[in-house]
Design a protein around this ligand. Sequence first.
Ligand code: SF4
Length: 549
Amino acid sequence: MANTTSAAMPSRPRRSNGQWAVDGRAPLNPNEEFKQAGGSPLAVRERIERIYSKRGFDSIPSDDLHGRMRWWGLYTQRAEGIDGHRTGTLGPDELSGRHFMMRVRLDGAALTGEQLGVLAGISRDFARGTADLTDRQNLQFHWVEIESVPEIWRRLESVGLRTVEACGDTPRGFLLSPVAGVAADEIIDPAPMLAEIARRYLGRPELANLPRKFKTAATGHPSLDIAHEINDLSYVGVVHPRLGPGFDLWVAGGLSTSPRLGERLGAFCTEQEGPEVWYAMVRLFRDYGHRRLRNRARLKFLLADWGVEKFRRVLEDEYLGRRLTDGPAPALSVGNPDHIGVHDQKDGRRYVGLAPRVGRLSGEVLAGLADAVEVAGGARVRPTPLQKLVVLDVAPDRVTDLLARVEPLGLTARPGPFRRATMACTGIEYCKFAFVETKAAATALAAELDSRFEGVGIDPPIGLAVNGCPNSCVRIQLADIGLKGQLSRTDGGEGFAYQVHLGGGLATMGRPEAGFGRTVRGLRVTADEVADYVERVVRRYLAGRDGDE
Ligand code: SF4
């Protein structure tokens, strides 16, 4: 029987998503308000240099402190001595201390000895010796005081480095294949294209108020080494049968609390078209991205709403003014995307992938690296999206010398499988969102597991990701074993534990496609139990796997 009731009901008016191109620009939440108030958020730099750095921390108004300063890579870090147990009752702003984390965006830069030396000096002089690599190839300093910021910028910019749009609702730091331009098996070198995008578009006020962050990545390497499925726009090297090498375009991936894998647009772009496509995509996001609810503002929600076909049509009709060429999908990945070990370059030199411990460096390590790369024949260093480092352009007869120099710095080209494949986010040491400590815990866990599995062949390594909260800054859903710190309430009171995700992975090392790990329902593992738990899972997996699974 037909349902006549619903036919007679007036349809409920559709609720606005706060899309500028559809609903107008009236701000619909406090974040949108501060982003529109007082001109571009980028203008905060002038106030930092002229006022705040001279008058001190207390002169910074809240909207700048907790909002606009991010547009220049500055984020207040967690206050010293705050009891972790209070995390459940205090918000991030209340947990803020009087020091800053400063993020330097590297955009895939291959750092010279001079640049490493400048970074080392900043760490030593202004950041209590800290320096961490992130999984977006950025470098983060901690303990930065507002008074030091102009001098840090001066030093960074004197060697071509910067913090502009390193955080905030902006085009964030680009991911680039760590072996771009040097690998013998590269399909296309995306470095010049990304450099051109950065030159043309970074720091432009017209692109500095996006609904949320916008992440870009590019690779031409067959290992698919830039996590292309979790960026807002990824360029993946392919060979078009008629047009030759270029890029397959992937859009709207992202993790956090509503993870979604990016999708192919089915479109091909040449290196020359790359900047124009990027500019079109960012404006599309700016104009059509959702701005009413902040937790539904990433590009992935627009793609979910529109679907790929409409997405591509709007991009072509309204922003590019032409059709994109259809193109092929990337081939199945080959090789390990971490690039650890010694490899041949196409010019006869070598590149050497090194593992720090969960991305943790220091001013001392950066200074030692600066010396080591000079001795290795003027080599350069690129961070990787897996919190590793690759030393490029090493003269073949200097490899042994380089390895001997970096080992005492805590960098190795021969890590155990767990040290090799473990990542950790910032965690409670500095992060206001964290529930648990991560860096030291992950370092100890990897060392313990490498010792327990000594002599057992684990190839490819099993990836561990240790996150301090559900924000997934080191991709908990895409690790073989993801550990997510959280509050744990039991009859005995409140404590902290890890929730476990199992079986995630990117389309790397021959895996046909990315997939999210599954939460192990009801399972909470405490820090004391975690090594035993991971050992049990890994031994069971090794005993039961099929062939080369
Ligand atoms: Fe902080 Fe959470 Fe990100 Fe870790 S995952 S750095 S705790 S926001």
